[in-house]
Design a protein around this ligand. Structure first.
Ligand SMILES: [Zn+2]
Length: 112
């Protein structure tokens, strides 16, 4: 067990500063996607700090605006600006939808 930890430290020691920064940015970005507040600007979903200082510092460190638009996470229902939270198979193929649209699609399929 201790050998595994030692190897991991060795690997970390050989990492360039550029790779280390990329790793930290990936970790910080992932944490923001998980813990920042969801909202939308009427067009696309956004993440925002909600005024929490720790999240605000993370947004600043990532050079993200607050709120930060995440168009890649937009619900696939036309005109819906909310964030994807689940997926469902539909007659038109697999769709990634927000919770509200998922419920509507799920009810539509149960009626058939
Ligand atoms: Zn939706």
């Amino acid at each position: 067990m201790s050998e595994i930890i030692f190897e991991a430290k060795e690997e970390g020691g050989k990492m360039s500063d550029k790779d280390r920064i990329a790793e930290l940015e990936e970790a910080l970005s992932g944490m923001l996607f998980q813990f920042a507040y969801d909202s939308n600007n009427g067009k696309v979903p956004t993440l925002h700090s909600g005024g929490l200082s720790a999240l605000g510092i993370a947004f600043t460190a990532m050079r993200w605006t607050d709120p930060y638009p995440i168009p890649e996470s937009k619900c696939q229902t036309k005109g819906c600006p909310k964030r994807i939270s689940c997926g469902i198979s539909t007659p038109d193929g697999y769709k990634q939808l927000c919770g509200n649209c998922y419920g509507k699609e799920s009810n539509k399929q149960e009626e058939k």
